[in-house]
Ligand binder design. Structure first.
Ligand SMILES: C[S@@+](CC[C@H](N)C(=O)[O-])C[C@H]1O[C@@H](n2cnc3c(N)ncnc32)[C@H](O)[C@@H]1O
Length: 198
C-alpha cells in the first residue's frame, strides 16, 4: 500500500469515527471483526483490556449487558461500562475485575505497549500483553466463550498462537481493513473456549 493511500485511509476512518461518535478509529476494527466472526451476542458480559479511550467498549456495549474495561490510562465514563484503572499484567487488577464479575462471555484485548521503534522489543512486549490477556481470558471465560487479542507479528507470535489454539476450538488470525498501513498488527480471533481450567 502506498503512503498516500495509507494516509487517505487513516483520514477516512478518523472522519468516520468523528461522524459516528466513536472515540477512536480502532472502533471500526472491532466492528469489522464482529461482522465477520460474530464474537458478541446480546446480553454478553465482556472484559475489554487496554480499553482507553473507549472505542472498543463503545462497540461492545451495543451487544453486551455489561462491559468491564481496563486500562493504565483513564477513560471517560460510558453507560453500562465499568472502568478499572489498572495494569492487566498485575494480579491486583484481576482481583479488581473479580469484584464486578465472576465470568465473561467474551474477552477482548487491544492493549499495546509504548512503541520504542526497536521492533524486536516492541513485539516481545506486545506478546507479553497477549499472554496476560489470555491468562485473564482463561480465568474468566465461560466454556464456549470468545477471545480477541491484538498482537504484533514477530518471533514470539507463533508460540502465542499455539497456546491460544490449545484453549479454543476455532482460531483465526485477522488483519482488519481499518488497520493502519500494512502494519505487523494482527488480531487473533479465538472462538469456543474449551474451559479445561474450570
Ligand atoms: C490502541 S490503545 C486501545 C484503544 C481502544 N481499544 C479503543 O478502541 O479506544 C492501547 C491501550 O493499551 C493500554 N495498555 C498498554 N499496556 C497496558 C497494561 N499493561 N495494562 C492496561 N492497559 C495497557 C494503553 O494504555 C492504551 O490505552
Amino acid at each position: 500500500m502506498t503512503r498516500w493511500y495509507a494516509e487517505r485511509k487513516r483520514d477516512y476512518y478518523y472522519k468516520e469515527a468523528k461522524k459516528q461518535g466513536y472515540r477512536a478509529r480502532s472502533a471500526f476494527k472491532l466492528i469489522q471483526i464482529q461482522e465477520r466472526y460474530r464474537i458478541f451476542r446480546k446480553g454478553d458480559i465482556v472484559i475489554d483490556l487496554g480499553a482507553s479511550p473507549g472505542g472498543w467498549s463503545q462497540v461492545a456495549v451495543k451487544y453486551a449487558s455489561l462491559v468491564i474495561a481496563v486500562d493504565l490510562q483513564p477513560m471517560k465514563p460510558l453507560e453500562n461500562v465499568v472502568f478499572i484503572k489498572g495494569d492487566i499484567t498485575k494480579d491486583e487488577t484481576v482481583e479488581e475485575i473479580r469484584k464486578h464479575t465472576e465470568y465473561a462471555d467474551v474477552v477482548i484485548s487491544d492493549a499495546s505497549p509504548n512503541i520504542t521503534g526497536n521492533y524486536s522489543l516492541d513485539q516481545a512486549r506486545s506478546i507479553w500483553l497477549c499472554y496476560n490477556a489470555l491468562k485473564i481470558a482463561k480465568e474468566f471465560l465461560k466454556e464456549g466463550g470468545n477471545f480477541v487479542c491484538k498482537a504484533f507479528e514477530g518471533e514470539d507470535y507463533p508460540e502465542f498462537l499455539k497456546e491460544v489454539r490449545k484453549n479454543f476450538r476455532m482460531v483465526k488470525a485477522h488483519s482488519p481493513k481499518a488497520s493502519r498501513k500494512q502494519s505487523s498488527e494482527i488480531y487473533v480471533i479465538a472462538k469456543g473456549f474449551k474451559g479445561e481450567n474450570k
